[in-house]
Design a protein around this ligand. Structure first.
Ligand SMILES: [Zn+2]
Length: 154
């Protein structure tokens, strides 16, 4: 399976550690959205899309992150509950939606996305600002005409 295109949407004013949202196209036929480029102290890294677990407030029913101790909206103490633990005993806070299952392919994806991100950084004028959308949901669907703000790896 080849990566045929990486679309990069740079964050206009980076919130936290997220530098860009990306879409990866495989074999010109299959796209994975919501891939994030994250800057950590040790460098850039690529996060594949995942879904954060959440829990509902017992009082106002608002959804809160699994880690939250108090409700974001009403401040009610949330039950700690049993942590979800994987086979290795690590606490799970999210579930992967799409991800490579071997390290070679994972490395390839990381390299291609970082490469596309660096190209996008050098051509900031080609980019639309990523002003709206919470988790990169606003990324343009694949298949139409190329959108401004997207770039291909060279
Ligand atoms: Zn609440």
């Amino acid at each position: 399976m080849d990566i045929t295109e990486v679309k990069v949407r740079l964050m206009d004013s980076p919130k936290g550690k997220i530098r860009a949202f990306c879409s990866i196209v495989f074999d010109s036929a299959f796209v994975v959205n919501d891939v994030k480029v994250i800057e950590e102290a040790r460098g850039l890294f690529v996060a594949m899309p995942h879904k954060e677990f959440s829990k509902h407030c017992v009082r106002c029913m608002v959804k809160n992150p699994i880690r939250a101790n108090f409700c974001n909206r009403c401040g009610t103490r949330l039950p700690s509950g049993e942590p979800l633990v994987d086979v290795n005993g690590h606490v799970k806070r999210h579930r992967d939606i799409a991800h490579p299952i071997n390290s070679e392919y994972e490395k390839l994806i990381q390299e291609e996305v970082i490469k596309a991100y660096n190209i996008a950084l050098k051509n900031p004028l080609d980019h639309l600002s990523a002003g709206k959308g919470k988790d990169g949901q606003e990324l343009n669907p694949v298949g139409g005409t190329p959108q401004p703000g997207m770039s291909k790896p060279a």
